[in-house]
Ligand binder design. Structure first.
Ligand code: ADP
Length: 488
């Protein structure tokens, strides 16, 4: 292996041994403007808000707050750009999208550090999951751009026009990729808004989109909170809204677009059931439970937040789970050894703490490992609740944090009934060595995504989305193209 002068290993890649990950050479500006019509421009009313590092609550940068006037400018730029962008051949469009994918790969380290700094997630996750998946998403849909006639044979698919996209704070860059890549591949132009606590990687993405040479106005990125989002939703020249976020805001958007020409897809909350049968590979299942609920601090709409364990193995699974939880490292998101990072915002921490209180008041029995949480910033210990029942609020409502409820079951019918008994229908997981049982369960569970002997695995080729109050429409795979086209 090559060595540096000081005899340390040559750092060919950025996965190296010192922790925490250094922020040297990571360009973070003091102030971020809006990306409209191929330029970074100041918001018309001149307002900015702070984006904080959730592991310290210190300010990282100021971010522009777009008002309805700025949103209008972005929509007008997108409308104008649509005239020529929609007429380009799929092959030409694909070239730009491939370029964006490659630029994300080239800047992967920068993206990963900024994602963890601004959002609180462990660097291992942003480095190994979020950023590579975001690049893959652009690669995958770039490949479809010139094959739409094969995706929709004999149907003559056409782009819709200006698409408004509103994304959440849990997977900021990845959600931007899920939204932008299929919209661009199908010939639409976009106004995208990241969540107010995690704007920085979307703005970094704006920089590389600019660098890709894509024509001005094809992608516009506006920052701000709910009012900015509402201005996109209510703009008359927007032809489609794609939203990922809370069920409450999703319902508001559905009402706001009802009776208009706007197409809509919603990816909302969840309360995923993770079901462990007595014949499962128990150690593997315990790892799966950990990943299902503690991945990204539980800020995951498809998290396996309700565990159902077959009664005969419940004691052993819970014991092993507690032991494994003792080994989890909670702390600095930039430390590559960290398993659980910071809660994304003070507000979200309050929500989670409130649910923990509710769980205790409802009579649940809590378990948290012995861990020293850092003093500053937003932190929550990984938490289990046993002795809970179907009617408990912590079993029914989405907590969006590292809090798992555990219930037991005896029969397949019993667990299917319990698993389906929530307003949500996004995800589920089944752990069994018996293939027939696995297939039976996948037919019976009311969820858009069902994992078998694994959990929280994502791939650009695979459709993702919910049923019931978890929303409608699919992202990913061939299915993910459909919401962005119309037919003659
Ligand atoms: P959470 O409650 O977990 O913060 P939200 O659903 O509020 O999640 O946020 C998801 C995204 O929706 C964010 O980008 C947020 O700014 C945006 N948003 C919030 N309120 C509205 C609204 N009324 N209309 C459109 N977008 C909104």
């Amino acid at each position: 292996m090559q060595k540096n002068k000081d005899n340390s290993m040559f750092k060919a890649s950025w996965t190296y041994n010192e922790a925490p990950e250094s922020t040297d050479h990571i360009q973070i500006k003091k102030k971020y403007d809006l990306y409209i019509d191929g330029k970074f421009s100041k918001p018309i009313k001149g307002k900015y808000f702070d984006t904080l590092n959730p592991s310290t609550n210190e300010k990282i940068a100021s971010v522009a707050e777009a008002t309805s006037e700025d949103v209008d400018a972005a929509v007008q730029a997108a409308k104008k750009a649509f005239e020529s962008w929609s007429k380009l051949t799929g092959k030409e469009r694909g070239k730009y999208i491939f370029r964006i994918a490659r630029l994300i790969q080239e800047r992967a380290r920068e993206f990963a550090v900024i994602e963890s700094l601004d959002g609180g997630k462990p660097i291992r996750e942003s480095r190994d999951i979020d950023i590579p998946l975001a690049a893959n998403h652009f690669f995958y849909y770039a490949g479809w751009a010139d094959k739409l006639a094969y995706a929709f044979p004999n149907r003559n698919p056409k782009p819709i026009g200006v698409v408004g996209q509103i994304i959440p704070w849990n997977f900021p860059l990845l959600m931007a990729a899920w939204k932008l890549a299929p919209a661009l591949a199908t010939g639409n132009t976009v106004v995208l808004k990241p969540a107010e606590t995690t704007s920085l990687t979307a703005l970094k993405l704006a920089e590389i989109i600019h660098e890709s040479g894509i024509p001005k106005g094809v992608v516009n990125i506006v920052t701000g909170a709910g009012e900015t989002g509402a201005a996109i939703v209510n703009h008359p020249d927007v032809g489609k809204i794609a939203f990922t976020g809370s069920t409450n805001v999703g319902k508001y958007i559905q009402k706001a677009t009802a009776g208009t020409h706007k197409k809509l897809t919603l990816e909302l909350g969840g309360k995923g059931a993770n079901i462990i049968f007595e014949d499962a590979a128990i150690d593997q299942a315990v790892e799966g439970i950990i990943n299902a609920i503690f991945f990204n601090q539980g800020h995951v709409c498809c998290a396996g937040s309700r565990l159902f364990v077959q009664e005969s193995v419940a004691d052993i699974v819970i014991d092993k789970l507690k032991n494994r939880m003792e080994t989890l490292i909670i702390g600095n998101p930039l430390d590559k050894n960290t398993d659980i990072g910071a809660i994304n915002s003070k507000k979200q921490l309050q929500t989670i703490e409130n649910y923990i209180k509710i769980g205790l008041n409802e009579g649940g029995e809590i378990y948290q490992p012995d861990c020293n949480l850092p003093k500053n910033g937003n932190w929550c210990a990984p938490t289990l609740f046993i002795n809970v029942s179907q009617s408990h609020r912590i079993v029914q409502e989405e907590i969006f944090g590292p809090v798992l409820t555990i219930q037991t079951f005896r029969t397949i019918n019993e667990v299917v009934e319990k698993a389906n008994n929530t307003p949500y229908g996004l995800s589920a997981g089944v752990w069994t060595q018996n293939g027939a049982k696995m297939f039976h369960l996948t037919q019976k569970l009311n969820a858009g995504v069902i994992w078998g002997n694994t959990f929280n695995k994502f791939d650009a080729t695979s459709p993702f989305g919910g049923t019931k109050e978890s929303g409608f429409g699919r992202e990913g795979g061939l299915h993910g193209l459909k919401p962005y086209v119309k037919f003659d």
